[in-house]
Ligand binder design. Sequence first.
Ligand code: ATP
Length: 559
Amino acid sequence: MTRPSNGSSKSFDASLLEDDGSLDLALMVSDHPVLKSCGQALLAGISEVNQMIQRCGPWIAAKDFPPEGTMEVNKMVSEALTKVQDDMQRLDDLDLDLLKPEWGDRDSVRMARKSLIGFGQVMTQRLESLKNHLAQPVAKFSSMLGEKKQFTTFYAWDSDGIEATKPGDAVNGGEDPEERLERERSRSRDAKGKGEERSDESENSEERKWNRDTPHFQWTKGMKLGAAGRYVVKKKVGEGSFGRVLACVDETTKHAVAVKVVKGVPRYKEHAHAEAELLREILRCDPGRQSFCVKLLGEFTHAVAHCCLVFELLDISLSDFMRDTDDRGLLLRDIRTIGSQMLQCLHFLSAMGLTHTDIKCRNAMLKDSRGDMVPHPRKDGQELKRLRRCEIRVIDFGGAVLKKERHSRHIGTRQYRSPEVVLGLAWDEKTDVWSLGCILLTLYTGQRPFPVQSSLQHLALMQRVIGNLPKDMVKLAAAGGSLPEDVVVDSRGGLQIQRKLSDEAQELLNLAQPLEQRVLPQHGSFLKLLEGLLAAQPEKRLSAAEALKQDFLSSEPVE
Ligand SMILES: Nc1ncnc2c1ncn2[C@@H]1O[C@H](COP(=O)(O)OP(=O)(O)OP(=O)(O)O)[C@@H](O)[C@H]1O
């Protein structure tokens, strides 16, 4: 195996990385699926790393870097580092007490894991060395791009006719470009109480691409962050568009914490400061910790560019929980607890005059996801996880809006958007209540109620699930010119969709059941709550305070 080189050393090791047999051996001695997939990924990574070494070697030797090529390889290096770190973490997390006999004996698995981690470390060092040698030219080319940015045109915030995003712009797990643009627009507002948007905060497509391509913060296990190295990094626990979340030990309190390291993009840094400011205000208004909002423990800057927010460490989001449990959903008693806690959170935010605007399964995290498998009361022959301790925290306040602030038309994540938002009408805190209705129904059925990709498809599906949208809302949207393209009002004041949906969307629509058919007859009080949360008209939708008084939440449900 190639000897580890020192990633920070000045001289560049141009020799090619090779497997001295450790990977082959590890793959031979164990059939453990994690070892197999990580081993194969590392094997495949060798030629990628070698290509980068071969490409950069001559540049580094001649100290002459081509701008485009350098930026491109730098991005490839960052992606490769992320991949290898993720694999190392999966190997690290592998539980040697949970082995199937066909995966090989415990010693073989342990030995194979050790070999793979050893090779992963060598690969990491070679990649870090490359990164270090590219750092200076990358900084130079990035600042050149920054200068260029001053001469480009910015978006007009209020315009809905924003520039179409190119198909290649789709990022973040297949999120469509429109979605991404809308989310970034809403996030880049001066969201924290100044009441107006600043046009210079908007992004042009070049800036957006640059922001998006800016790699996440590169971390390593044991790395120290914060003043006097207070936070020692243990592992990565999550990642979003704006930052990477690392589980750390706070050396001062000896507690485990989560540190969100925001990408080194100036606008994201500013945005994260604003989020921290809001979270401090929430904490100030909630000394008894009854709001179920995530607790911010601190804020610091790392290496000038990265704003870091320190949070209480949580376990997993409801969306990860659903994925890990094969979308089986939860017991009604756990749904009730989550519903009650989320409503208390929304009630609290509403009393502060705040709308979260991005309530969704990904932004609701369990403090502890441990549980016991019990027979599934709604699906014969299956099991689901009964939580031992059901406690939720709402995260991601980056898009929260105060009553007095301007309400952007584009908010939230499509699948959780309320009818008034999809129709382009005025919205308030009741939009969060709708999103919560979507979460509770997801936890009950195991399926997201609105797995849609466009506003057109969304409106069609809403009508199937909750019935025709009220004529008043439709009329208002038509009068304001905010109906989505290809949607018109028919002679009876209802919505008519004029474009044929894709076959897939049409099939989804054909199979969609109305709300009342999705809930078992014995769960009438749950259905009543859902109907109140998913009322189309915001005025008829329950407020969080009203919903908290519903029968479903006041007595132990029958499963
Ligand atoms: N306090 C925490 N404890 C543990 N994991 C966390 C914590 N906060 C966030 N995470 C994990 O990190 C992920 C990203 O966090 P967050 O949503 O705050 O980042 P973001 O960049 O704002 O994301 P988004 O793209 O959704 O806006 C979450 O989905 C979650 O899995």
